[in-house]
Design a protein around this ligand. Structure first.
Ligand code: HPA
Length: 285
């Protein structure tokens, strides 16, 4: 794995990709965040050695290098999901590459099903924490100390400072946001009503099929993470309705304008200290 990561990093550096301030993973239907990036160049995944190639419709698959304001960004347009059949190592490979390209801050976005009864379809949730219910752990197996330690501290998987900063940005832009906990299941099935109920009982506000493995390896390598989720459907008891990938993409597409504005402004703004008196989880302003 180490050698593969270094080989890919060298390849991308030779193409002109250098250290960036932020790595961004653009999830389902949020690919258009790309419009906020002044793109220097992009490389399709199938031209990058050792990169998996995304198979899901709506995940187009290219690595983008550019700027937002004065900040350099590397964005993944399209991510890899464990349910596609990749090993967990392959699923998180691009995050490893970002780190060794010099990225310290990772922003991840996704679509999820809301189980918090206060949520509505199309709402935006800042991820404050996660619950890992993936069947395979991305750090399973022998640890390579060159990436990070065997036992990884996860007490602040999602940066409190970044969460506070995004709340401030959201207030300034007058875009309502929730805060909440994201639980990852393998998929590719959406949840049964009983499973949505389980997710809620376990203490989460939303459920999805990505993000958690990426954040785990990012933390393994000492990166600072921020996550944002679009609630594309509801798994709230009594109102669970049929959900499809098309519906998820449609809702994500509507919300992506707001998410794009939030992330653009977030990247352009300086970090402010985290306030201990933040809004309680699962509530919006
Ligand atoms: N469950 C899991 N993943 C999802 C959902 C959901 O309801 N919506 C979007 N991604």
């Amino acid at each position: 794995m180490w050698n593969k990561v270094q080989e890919t990093v060298k390849f991308l550096q030779n193409k002109g990709i250098s250290k960036a301030d932020y790595g961004i993973i653009l999830g389902t239907g949020l690919g258009n965040l790309v419009e906020k990036i002044d793109i220097e160049f992009s490389i399709p995944y199938n031209k990058i050695p050792n990169f998996p190639v995304s198979t899901v419709e709506g995940h187009s698959g290219e690595l983008i290098f550019g700027t937002i304001g004065t900040k350099k960004v590397i964005a993944m347009r399209g991510r890899f999901h464990y349910y596609e059949g990749w090993t967990m190592e392959q699923t998180v490979f691009p995050v490893r590459v970002m780190k060794f390209l010099g990225v310290e801050n990772l922003i991840v976005s996704n679509a999820s099903g809301g189980v918090n009864p206060a949520f509505k379809v199309g709402d935006i949730m800042i991820i404050t924490d996660h619950i890992n219910f993936m069947p395979v752990h991305p750090l399973h197996g022998k640890n390579d100390e060159r990436f990070g330690p065997r036992f990884v501290d996860m007490h602040e998987a999602y940066s409190k400072k970044m969460i506070a900063k995004m709340e401030e940005v959201a207030l300034r832009l007058n875009i309502p946001v929730h805060k909440g906990i994201y639980l990852a299941l393998q998929g590719p099935t959406f949840e049964t009503p009983a499973e949505y109920k389980m997710v809620k009982i376990l203490g989460a506000d939303a459920v999805g099929m990505s993000t958690v493995p990426e954040v785990i390896v990012a933390k393994h390598m000492g990166m600072i993470c921020f996550g944002i989720s679009v609630i594309t459907d509801l798994g709230v008891e009594g109102i669970v309705e049929a959900v499809s990938h098309e519906e998820v993409q449609k809702v994500a597409k509507i919300a992506e304008k707001s998410v794009g504005k939030l992330v653009e402004e977030f990247i352009k703004s300086p970090l402010t200290p985290a306030s201990p008196a933040g809004r309680p989880e699962g509530q919006c302003h």
